[in-house]
Ligand binder design. Structure first.
Ligand SMILES: [Ca+2]
Length: 307
């Protein structure tokens, strides 16, 4: 059966690369995956920028038929005060791109999530690339929402105790708490440490940068100074790749996890000894398969990596 997916995003440079990869699967019948909507949430940049950036992503990939929905402008309980932006003031690296207007649907993202979940009950997957505000609000607004979802794959959480938890959980710990506590479906968590264990800098600048697809040309612009760093390991991109093809996972654990609301807010709390589990935490991946998928996804030759 075809996998139907809503991408929830706070795009974001690494969200852009992730969405481009899912779009490649969306366009390839062999991948058996269809994007039915993209929901925007405040996060890497403000919500206005997120909506514009997602519009630019779909324009670049000639996929404007996919509906974009505007979601939450702030956290469920505590407004997140954004510091200096990691992705530039526009979320896309301040690359002096042509001005663009957001092309969004009138329906709010949270209502769209509930509607799509009911329309495709038992078939809808969520790929969550930002703070989990939209998803948690949908779960709180309609108690039946969570029961309609087939699976969630999300980027977030730390497997090691840290004073400064990774962004997606820290930006809205209550939303992470709700999401981790009320969905009966399988949840795949791609934590920060797993993302940062992969450094594909050489592959990015030697292999991907030489491709000429519209998607990689935009990424070359918006990643900008990010390509001058020693490390290239976009968290959302790895999460999208794992979602597209779980065969990438080489090591994982089923665990009972939650989110800290009172101490280091947004730290993922892991109950190692509890017999109940609620997520699969990805600990390691097949890097060669990951590189093959990226090369394919960004316009290189077709590889047999999509099942
Ligand atoms: Ca993101």
């Amino acid at each position: 059966m075809e996998r139907l997916v809503v991408i929830d995003t706070d795009a974001g440079v690494d969200d852009a690369s992730a969405i481009f990869l899912v779009l490649a699967a969306h366009k390839n019948s062999a991948a058996n995956l269809k994007i039915v909507g993209i929901t925007c949430v405040n996060g890497n940049t403000n919500l206005d920028n997120v909506c514009k950036n997602v519009t630019r992503i779909l324009n670049t990939s000639d996929a404007n038929e996919i509906p974009i929905f505007r979601g939450s402008e702030t956290g469920m309980v505590v407004p997140y005060e954004r510091g200096p932006s990691y992705h530039g003031s526009d979320g896309f690296g301040d690359a002096n791109l042509p001005i663009i207007e957001a092309e969004i649907k009138e329906e709010n993202a949270i209502l769209a999530l509930i509607r799509l979940a009911k329309t495709f009950s038992g078939q809808l997957s969520i790929l969550a690339l930002g703070p989990l505000t939209n998803i948690a609000l949908a779960a709180r607004l309609d108690p039946s929402f969570s029961k309609h979802i087939k699976e969630i794959c999300l980027m977030g959480g730390n497997t090691q105790p840290v004073a400064d938890p990774t962004f997606n959980f820290k930006a809205d710990p209550e939303a992470a708490y709700v999401t981790l506590s009320c969905f009966p479906c399988p949840i795949t968590v791609v934590p920060y440490e797993t993302c940062k264990r992969q450094n594909l800098k050489e592959f990015r600048v030697k292999e991907l940068a030489s491709l000429s697809s519209p998607e990689i040309l935009l990424l070359n612009q918006i990643e900008g100074d990010g390509l001058k760093k020693d490390v290239w390991s976009p968290c959302d991109l790895l999460t999208a790749a794992i979602f597209i093809d779980p065969k990438l996972i080489s090591d994982s654990r089923k665990l009972l996890v939650s989110a800290d609301l009172v101490g280091y807010r947004g730290q993922m709390i892991i109950n190692l000894s509890h017999p109940r589990t609620n997520v699969t935490v990805v600990d390691d991946i097949d890097v060669e398969l990951y590189e093959q998928m990226l090369y394919w996804g960004f316009g290189g030759i077709l590889k047999d990596c999509i099942s």
